[in-house]
Every structure is written in structure tokens, then in C-alpha cells.
Design a protein. Structure first.
Length: 193
């Protein structure tokens, strides 16, 4: 059975990705399964950070690696927090990041935003493949819902009237930036099996 490591310690992210890879017949692991410390995310773009994570994990494991970096890009903030989404506030927790974003958006009329995910698949031969997924939406004026993680309680996807935190994992899994990106990864894996 083929093995793949999701280059993350984020259990929410792993839980979103893992079932799709299991259905392809992969044994799926996270960084915690190998005691691998996270790499410092020094990239200036999501793609650069995803590549850093993939290469760091590949040095410590000879399995296929799937690394990603995701960010929230808010138009009224010039695309911020972007690559700094997980460490936007001083504390860097989901709650602190959300409250800090709400404060930054308190006087903004334009609330359009998008979640973007870039995934890098590094196979056992060292070849790297890059994929991207985007989910467009809006920043809500208050936190709503507790069914997600990150900025889910603030993000209302286009075509919906509730935040991802209210919509929950089933709907999020159908429409999310990560799912759109993962669909491209799965298509690639199916064509290379």
C-alpha cells in the first residue's frame, strides 16, 4: 500500500484531507506520526511555504509528501493576512486572529475576500507538482458558528448566507478552497496510479 504524509500538525486540516486519500487506498500520516517538527515558514508566498514544508518533510521521510499553505486574502486590507493568516495576531490563536481581523475590518465597507490554498505533492522520486484552489466570499461583521477552525466563523462563502463556522464540515468539504485544490491533487494521483 502506498504511503503519504500530510506535512502538517494541524489536525483540522488533516481531518479534511485524509478521507479523500484513504479512498484512493493510501496509508495517510501527519507530522505528529513521525515526531517531525514544523519548518519555519519563511516564504513570501503560499507556494513558497508549501514547497518549504514538502522539502523539509521529504528529508525526514521517504514517503510521498503532500504539503499545503492556505491563507485568507481580504481585499480591503490589500490581500492581508495572506501568507501570515495563521499568525496574524500577536497570540497567533484562531480566536485572537479572528478578533484582530474584526478590528481591522471595523471601518471597511468592502468586505470581499477569498481563501486560497496551494498544495505541493512531492513524490518518492522527488518530483514536485503544484496545485491551487480558491473560495471567494465575504468577511462577516461578527463571529458566528463553532463548527470549523481558523477564520471559518468570519467567512461567508459566495452563494451562502452563513459563515463556514455555521455551515459546518459537510458543506465546507464540498465547496472549500482546500477541497478544490485537493480535487486537482486526486485527479493527478488517479492518473499516475
Amino acid at each position: 500500500m502506498k504511503k503519504i504524509v500530510i506535512a502538517s500538525h494541524n489536525q483540522g486540516k488533516i481531518d479534511e484531507i485524509k478521507p479523500h486519500l484513504l479512498m484512493l487506498g493510501y496509508e495517510v500520516y501527519g507530522l505528529d506520526d513521525f515526531g517531525i517538527d514544523p519548518v519555519e515558514e519563511t516564504g513570501r508566498t503560499l507556494k513558497e511555504n508549501a514547497i518549504l514544508k514538502a522539502r523539509h518533510t521529504a528529508r525526514l521521510s521517504n514517503f510521498m509528501i503532500l504539503a499545503d499553505d492556505s491563507g485568507l486574502e481580504v481585499d480591503a486590507l490589500g490581500g492581508k493576512p495572506g501568507v501570515f493568516s495563521s499568525r496574524y495576531s500577536l497570540e497567533g490563536t484562531d480566536e485572537a486572529n479572528n478578533l484582530y481581523l474584526l478590528d481591522k475590518m471595523s471601518d471597511k465597507l468592502n468586505r470581499t475576500a477569498r481563501f486560497r490554498t496551494v498544495m505541493v505533492l512531492k513524490d518518492e522520486q522527488g518530483y514536485e507538482y503544484v496545485f491551487e484552489g480558491v473560495l471567494h466570499g465575504y468577511i462577516h461583521t461578527a463571529l458566528e458558528g463553532d463548527k470549523g477552525f481558523g477564520y471559518d466563523p468570519l467567512f461567508i462563502p459566495v452563494g451562502h448566507h452563513e459563515t463556514l463556522g455555521v455551515l459546518g464540515p459537510r458543506i465546507k468539504d464540498e465547496i472549500s478552497h482546500r477541497k478544490k485544490c485537493l480535487d486537482k491533487v486526486i485527479h493527478h494521483l488517479k492518473n499516475t496510479l
